[in-house]
Design a protein around this ligand. Structure first.
Ligand code: EPU
Length: 425
């Protein structure tokens, strides 16, 4: 096991390159199962989550080559059984469900277990696949899906599926249905689809493979099933959450930090909130620069599906607001229990109370270092950000959570001037 030791107070300056998106790479890697031909995916970040996904693809029978961010997958033959031992390590492995069902018409995968950021059911994924004609049986912790008749009858040439749940659209649910529908005869209309840039990126990849998809990036996606897909090449989009996290690092501890290969359109809600706090941000076509300041204003945030403020940036803004002037309110509507970072931030001197799904944060002039525990990916990122400005040396344990989603975060922060060390426990 490893931990981070971060000495607060360094001033960050310079530029870093944003990695390829984790949440684009995972479903796109899964989508390579839809063809027997080789697919080449570029800018896949080197993370434990993308490693799990390539291991799952290998276990499913694909051959995978990986070098310097480029992954080549050839899934000439595919097995329908996703092994529990790998699947249980990463919830996002659920995104092999759609491609396996689409290609083979059957799939066995374990029911995902609990998750620290809240109850994460997959009922909507399953509802969508049932509308495509899947029969589903759960036995011994596994779900067995088989192609049957579509709800409207085998001869049905079309179907409309509503994917909206009580917390809004589902990202991986939309991905799964899209990946199953591309090889299902007839027209599938997904209503209440997730419009996240990662869903759009997956749709671009599928289209390059020969799929017929319209409307990705909106709430209504129309898919015309085709007989087969072919191999292709693709470069994944920049990771907007990694970029957002480095913007907050620049805000909390920076003089002038530039993010290269960033897409500011995907970060509009985050940039708007940083500007509201008083930060000057230059958003160019390929790079974004944030100018730090000694003090900043708090704000009000409510997480929402894209293009709203992302839940994956909520924890990082709690760290920012912990040091802001005035009182801030952060409401989480996507995962109402996603607040594990609050008790740890409080250990560092933050003043935070919680009322249901809202954190009320009263800014303090300074935080102090403490041993803290990383509990999930974005919560851990928030602790790293707080540590950059805390007085003394913060010890962050269980950094494997951070390594799931931030490529070489310690090296990138060191490059900007932070005093961060990775040590074996
Ligand atoms: N939901 C249901 N039923 C379902 C599916 C989802 O009720 O069948 C609920 C969820 O419990 C949640 C809401 O719908 O309340 C939205 O969840 P969603 O399905 O969109 O989440 P996801 O697709 O499993 C992806 C990202 C998450 C990100 C969420 C929301 C990937 C691999 N994961 O998860 O990323 O928080 O969308 O934007 O794309 C992260 O990167 O740290 C991370 C957790």
């Amino acid at each position: 096991m490893e931990k981070f030791l971060i000495r607060g107070g360094s001033v960050l300056e310079g530029s870093v390159q944003v990695s390829g998106s984790k949440n684009s790479s995972l479903p796109i890697l899964a989508a390579t199962l839809l063809t027997r031909d080789p697919c080449v995916i570029r800018r896949v970040p080197d993370l434990s989550d993308t490693n799990y996904m390539t291991q799952i693809l290998t276990q499913l029978g694909a051959s995978v080559e990986r070098a310097s961010g480029t992954v080549k997958v050839t899934a000439e033959k595919v097995r329908h059984l996703a092994p529990y031992e790998l699947v249980r390590k990463m919830r996002a492995s659920i995104c092999v469900l759609g491609p396996l069902y689409g290609r083979l018409g059957k799939c066995t995968i374990s029911v995902p277990g609990g998750c620290v950021i809240g109850d994460r059911p997959i009922d909507i994924h399953l509802r969508g696949l049932q509308e495509l004609g899947a029969t589903i049986e759960t036995k011994g912790g596994d779900m067995h899906l088989k192609r049957g008749r579509t709800r409207a009858g085998a001869a049905s040439s079309g179907r409309e599926v509503n994917m909206r749940g009580k917390h809004g659209p589902t990202v991986l649910g939309t991905d799964n249905l899209m990946m199953a529908a591309v090889l299902t005869p007839g027209t599938t209309i997904i209503e209440g689809a997730a419009a996240e840039p990662e869903v759009e990126d997956l749709a671009h990849f599928l289209t390059k493979m020969g799929a017929r998809i319209e409307g990705a990036g909106t709430r209504r996606i129309t898919i015309q099933g085709v007989k087969e897909l072919h191999g292709t090449e693709h470069t994944v989009i920049p990771d907007r959450i990694e970029a957002g996290t480095f913007l907050v690092a620049g805000a909390i501890a920076g003089r002038k930090v530039t993010l290269k290969k960033a897409n500011h359109h995907h970060l509009a809600a985050v940039i708007a909130k940083l500007r509201e706090s008083g930060f000057e941000i230059d958003a160019g076509s390929r790079e974004i620069t944030i100018h730090g300041r000694d003090s900043w204003k708090g704000g009000t945030i409510t997480t929402e599906p894209y293009p709203g403020f992302p839940t994956d940036m909520q924890a990082q803004f709690c760290a920012l607001y912990a040091l802001a002037d005035g009182v801030s309110a952060v409401t989480e509507t996507i995962f109402p229990e996603r607040f594990m970072h609050l008790p740890e931030l409080k250990r560092m001197g933050a003043h935070i109370t919680r009322e249901a799904a809202t954190a009320i944060i009263t800014g303090v002039p300074g935080l102090s270092a403490a041993p803290v525990m990383a509990s999930d990916l974005r919560a851990s990122a928030a602790l790293v950000l707080a540590a950059l400005r805390a007085e003394g040396e913060t010890e962050i344990n269980r950094v494997y959570h951070i390594d799931r989603g931030y490529e070489h975060i310690d090296e990138k922060l060191t490059h900007l001037g932070a005093a961060i060390e990775r040590v074996q426990v």
